[in-house]
Design a protein around this ligand. Sequence first.
Ligand code: AMP
Ligand code: MN
Ligand code: MN
Ligand code: MN
Length: 297
Amino acid sequence: MTDSSPLADSLAEVTGLDLHMHSTASDGALAPAELMALCRTRGLTHLALTDHDTVEGVAEADVAARELGLRLLPATELSSQWSGINIHVVGLLPEGARGPLAEGLAEQARARAARAEEIARRLEAIGLDDALAKARAQAGSERPLGRPDFARALVADGLVKDIGTAFKKYLGNGKRGDIKAHWPALEAVVAWVVAAGGVAVLAHPLRYGLTRRKRGLLLDAFRAAGGEAVELVSGFQNPDQTRDLARQLIERDLSGSVGSDFHAPGGPLAPGSMSPVPRVAVTPVWHHPRLAGFAAA
Ligand code: AMP
Ligand code: MN
Ligand code: MN
Ligand code: MN
């Protein structure tokens, strides 16, 4: 790395960086410009806005970031499936969402709409009447619907006591409202990111409930598809698990990224808040040649 970059040479020493955050363009609570202002207040300098399956928030965030003197990478968090599991891939997109990725995002929006109708049908069967309209009301805008909108609708109707229970009973992995059939294969979304001149980053690998062995198979498939980096730390996680994950990345020559997965103020997480990275020999993703412009001072 050049001396002119404010980013550290090691993942363990980086400060001021968050490469995974959400805005009102998907299921986050803050408008893109509000999110940038909060990042500035928290002393962050290098950011990626990673809304689910969209880059709709990036233009507003970019204007705000320039005014505030922040570096922003256009990005998105893509929904996909691998081995029957819903896997998220962050695309870091220094050249924006061009080429097949633009087509892909349009397809993701259609998939999300079709999935929302299916989720609504399934929740109506357990007593949430007019589920689609109620989820839309919770979203409060015309943006594509996500499972958190249905979770809030379930809470508002008194069918569950809180969001956590809504996921546990109805929307979480393997429950009736968890519908993966609409998402493309992991390999397809990685290919979109690569074709757009971006870097594909496997999001929060410790959050899929996989054994170490199965996680290794996921990393192999991701790398074979053209994936180049993995979130070594996502929000708060156990340091022993981080070290173990680091070994799996080093074995496969995968780079490491970090992010909070921030969605809303008021919780334990804020932009830039995540567990510290242990001293491990994982290459920081910002060393990637495609991200040189982002990393430069
Ligand atoms: P979707 O993109 O529609 O599949 O919704 C997935 C989103 O739901 C994740 O990005 C989280 O923001 C949220 N989510 C997933 N699991 C939970 C949970 N157990 N509690 C609260 N929110 C969750
Ligand atoms: Mn989310
Ligand atoms: Mn995710
Ligand atoms: Mn996320």
